[in-house]
Design a protein around this ligand. Sequence first.
Ligand SMILES: [Zn+2]
Length: 380
Amino acid sequence: MPIHISTEIPSGNACAITVTRDAAMPVVALTADPHGGPEALWFCFRIESEGYAGPLRWELRHMGNLLGGPAPETVRPVMRAGAGAWERLPPGRRRDEPDGQWTGLWTLELAGEPVEIAFCYPYGPEEVAALAREGWRADVIGVSQAGRPLTRLCNAYGAPGDARPGVYTLARQHSGETPGSWVLDGFLRRMAEAGDRAPLVWSVPLANLDGVIQGDYGKDNYPYDLNRAWGAAPMRHEILAIQHDLHRWRERCRPLLCLDFHAPGGDETAGVYAFLPAVSADALLMRRTLEWGQSFSAALTEEYVAEPVSRFATYPSRWDTPTITDFCAHRLGIPALTFETPYAEIRGTVLTPARYRDIGGRLAEGVLRALGDAAASGGG
Ligand SMILES: [Zn+2]
């Protein structure tokens, strides 16, 4: 029976594709495509089986080259049949290859219709449009590197000189890190529910829009990682546009906080934590940033948090130029945190869009509680 693999779908990504069969069933082998960058992890593809119903073995090759070198037992890709809902697959089985590599194996039951498989729940322009309908204004603040319109959501425009507290958020500087989007989605939904109690919230939900649409993993991608392009002279056009937007937002509120949402390496399952700006001589700013970390740790509770919640990025980077947290803290004087939410599970709890949104909702609750406490103590 003819089995065909397609990556011509939104956020499509797979390469080194072979379709064979053993005695029992068809076998599809592939790996994540680095799309010209140094790192790979994101994949998303469609299996067209021309009416074949029965078992199919899918093999994820070269797992040691994916960021984090995840074990198949901790990887929980998602699958949907036809236009159905995405659902987690069970953990993969591990096959150790004779040369020391390892492969993840899944047996899929095809029912005669095409299926799509992705590393994690996709999140793209369609999901942003659904979120915007929940009471967010959507405006274009510029374009991506490839000229695509870049959307920013807000709950109000405010006006220069306003004293309303303000929070600026974004996700998908690394375009394959979809858990960051689902967490931001939950954060914004909770803020919408808070109505006038909410701060002025501006948000760029798909910062590396080209990467999202093209299916790039986008971590350290060329020509320049978005989250290393935050120098005073930005190295990506998206960051130039977002910096201009941050300046506009800052003039229209009392800036409280910038939050950036990511996902870690593919092997991490310990919980949610945040990277802080590089240490600076501004002790007050560092203290305020650490206090936000404590507030968020309390809001996340033991269910989700990985202590220590506040961390400094010490992993090797291909660029030593500033990140968003460095830019916000050291150039704008605003506390900033980059949240990392795992892809598949937190200590055995399997993560779903509802779980990710719950995490984002709790982080929003942490902000609202801090604002309420400040107001109660007269510092509002
Ligand atoms: Zn990231």
